[in-house]
Design a protein around this ligand. Structure first.
Ligand code: ZN
Length: 351
């Protein structure tokens, strides 16, 4: 089984991240990728360099004016007087309630502060000098893994860093800039009438949900920590089931603080059952390792053993499968969980 990673993905090196009113050192850093490369190689996966891709698959998901913003944001921000090292907005646009998450179009401001506040949803999505190049390279990993699967591989892993599941059509947030899982799912749609994206990162995949919320051809199912006092706070509740044609094609399984291995594994089992019921012909996994109790952001009590158990569950799903790296911030937990998951997955699936 192949995994895809490019050294260009190391160029995204944010130095700060706002949490609980303090600017601290960024959790989402290149060391995560180094740890994951080792974990995947220990699990027997072979590293491949993703080829350069045109922007077609990215623009099939993201607004062109948003991608343009990501490309120029850092350079424009550096032209401000008294600027800091990275793009951080000091204002955020208000957005009216819209059950279907309709894209907003271009912002009226032409200045970088107003554009940053429009396109950047929170103060973890820090745009540094190498962020655009890294985000494109990360998406190219997802594109390459998806092409491998469409070319006949049973499964492939995209070591996406920066991650993607909090990125919207036109918004960066939660360490994410381009939604790699959504890009993969849209590509798979060329051959599969119905695609399921199942997300077991401990944070709800709000960007992915929003992108497909009004569509019936992509089912999104997520197990995550109850968002009522946890990121992403505003989205990820159990009563969000889809809008319009997408009604019934979105499933959120929020877990209470302290949820254990059995609860986490059962929720993953349910996601798989619901994807089967809806006739999924291809699968994208948004794989985050931050439910692990050692993770600095985790509120659950999930252990490495649970990742082995869900690796086996997903390994029994005999569908073309693209596994996309999302979060996980304890290097110890990331290494152990990813290796346990992929070892069990490969052994079960036989790939
Ligand atoms: Zn996460």
């Amino acid at each position: 089984m192949k995994f895809f990673f490019s050294e260009t993905q190391m160029l995204h090196q944010p130095t700060q991240y706002m949490v609980h009113g303090k600017l601290i050192h960024a959790f989402e850093n290149p060391n995560r990728a180094t740890t994951l490369i080792n974990a995947l190689q220990n699990a027997g996966l072979a590293r491949h360099e993703p080829p350069a891709s045109d922007l077609g698959p990215v623009l099939a998901i993201h607004a062109d004016h948003y991608v343009d913003f990501l490309r120029v944001a850092h350079q424009d921000f550096m032209a401000l007087p008294n600027h800091g090292p990275e793009v951080l907005p000091n204002i955020h646009a208000y957005r009216g309630a819209d059950a279907a998450f309709t894209p907003r179009g271009k912002p009226r401001p032409t200045g970088i502060i107003g554009r940053a506040g429009w396109y950047v949803g929170d103060l973890s999505a820090v745009i540094a000098e190498g962020t655009y190049a890294s985000s494109i390279a990360s998406a190219e990993g997802a594109i390459a893994a998806t092409r491998a699967v469409m070319g006949g591989d049973a499964a492939a892993f995209a070591l996406c860093r920066p991650p993607g599941h909090h990125a919207y059509v036109d918004r960066a947030s939660g360490f994410c800039f381009l939604n790699n899982a959504a890009i993969a799912a849209q590509m798979l749609r060329a051959e599969a009438k119905k695609v399921a994206i199942l997300d077991f990162d401990t944070h709800h995949g709000d960007g992915t949900q929003a992108i497909f919320y009004a569509r019936e051809d992509v089912f999104f199912g997520s197990v995550h920590t109850d968002p009522s006092a946890y990121y992403p706070h505003y989205i990820g509740y159990a009563d969000e089931t889809g809008a319009g044609a997408g009604e019934g094609h979105n499933l959120n399984l929020p877990l209470s603080y302290g949820a254990d291995d059995d609860t986490f594994v059962e929720a993953n089992r349910r996601l798989i059952d619901e994807a089967r019921k809806r006739g999924a012909e291809a699968l994208v996994l948004s794989a985050g390792w931050d439910a692990h109790h050692l993770d600095p952001l985790s509120k659950l009590t999930v252990t490495t053993a649970a990742y082995s158990r869900i690796g086996e569950l997903y390994g029994r799903v005999d569908l073309p499968t693209v596994i996309i790296q999302e979060g996980g911030y304890s290097l110890e937990a990331v290494g152990a969980a990813a290796e346990a998951f992929m070892t069990a997955y490969r052994a079960t699936r036989g790939c």
